[in-house]
Design a protein around this ligand. Sequence first.
Ligand code: PLP
Length: 382
Amino acid sequence: MSNYKYSTLAVHAGQYPDPLTGAVNVPVYLSSTFELTGIGTDKGWDYSRAGNPTRDRLEEALAALEGGFSGHAFASGMAAIAGLVAMLRTGDHLVCSSQVYAGTVRFFDRIVRHYGIDIEYVDTSNLDAVAAAIRPSTKLVHIESPSNPLMVLTDIAGVSEIAHAHGIEVSVDNTFLSPALQSPLALGADIVMHSTTKYLNGHSDGLGGALIGSTAEHKERFGLVQKAAGGVLSPFECFLVLRGIRTLPLRIKQHEENGRAVAEFLSTHPKVSRLAYPGLKSHPQHELAVKQQKGFGSMLSFDLGSREAAGRFLGAIKIFLSAESLGGVESLASHSATTTHFALSDEERESLGITQGIVRLSIGIEDKEDLIADIDQALGAV
Ligand SMILES: Cc1ncc(COP(=O)(O)O)c(C=O)c1O
C-alpha cells in the first residue's frame, strides 16, 4: 500500500472488502465484546475498548496517510491530546507552542499541571526560544502549525532537530492542514495528532481524534492508553471518518482553491487588517509554508478592529455559518475571542495577539464566487 500515491491511499488504505461478506465498505462492528475461541484465545478481538474491527481499519488508514507506524483513534481531538501526555510523569517538562488551540491550554493548565508536570509555553516559531527552553527534564515538545487562529507556523524540521539532539520527542497537531497538506513525520517529528472532527471527517457530523506514532514503542504506548484510559472512538464514528477520508484529497483541492481566492480578495479590502493566510506572499512565514507544506489550506483570520465590528460581520454573513469548528464542507466564521479562545483570560489573549476584532474563517467547498460575494456584503455591514 505504501507505494501508492495519496489519492489511492485515501480511497483504499484500511478500506478493502470485508473478508467475511465481500462488502466493499468497512462494516460498522457494533459490538462491545467478542466471543472467545477458548481460554485466552480469540479471533483477534476480545473487547472494543482494546480493539474493534472498524476502528482497526480507520487506524490503518490514518497510519498510511501520515506515513506512520500505527494509528490510534480517540473520542475527540482533546482525548487524543490527553492520550499524548498520559504517560508523562511527575517532574517531566513539556514545551508547548504558545499559539495553540485554547482547549489544549485549558487541558494542560487546569488538569495536566495537577499531576506535577511542568508545562512551558514557548514561541516555537522562534527556534532559539525552543533551544533555550530545553531542560534535562523535557520529555515532549508539542507544536501546532499553522496555529489557531493566527496561522503562525513552526519550523517542524528545525524543532525536531533541536529536540532530537536531547532525546526529546516532538508531536505536531496537524489538524489545520490535514495529512493531505502536511506530513510532520516526514519532516522529522515523532508523533502526529489530529482532531478528526475537522478535515479528516470533513462533514461536521462527528467528533474524533487521532495519534499517529512512528515507532513500535508508540504503538504499544498509545495502545495501552486506549485500553487503560478508554477514550476511544466509537465504531460508527470510525466509519464516518473512514468515509470522509475517501474524499479528503478531492475536498482539499477545492478548500485550497477557495482559501486562496478568499485570501486574495481580503488582502485588498480596506476594512481588513492583520490578514493571516500563509499562502499570501505577505505572510511573514510564507517561505516556510512553501518549504514544509504541500499547500496552504483553507483557514485564515483577520482583524476587523473591534468586537462590535466582528459582531456586525458575523451578523450579516449568509452562506458562512457563525459557528465554532472548521474543516467541514460548509464555510464557517467565528469570533475567536468568544469561541475557540474563550478559555484564555483577556490578558492571555491580548499577549498572543488574539484581539476582540479577530474573525476566523474556515473556507468550505462551495463556489468561491458566492463565498467572496457573501464576505463582501458582510464587510459592507461592518
Ligand atoms: C487545532 C485543534 N486541535 C485540537 C482541537 C480539539 O479537537 P476536538 O474538538 O475534536 O476535541 C481543535 C478543536 O477545535 C483544534 O482546532
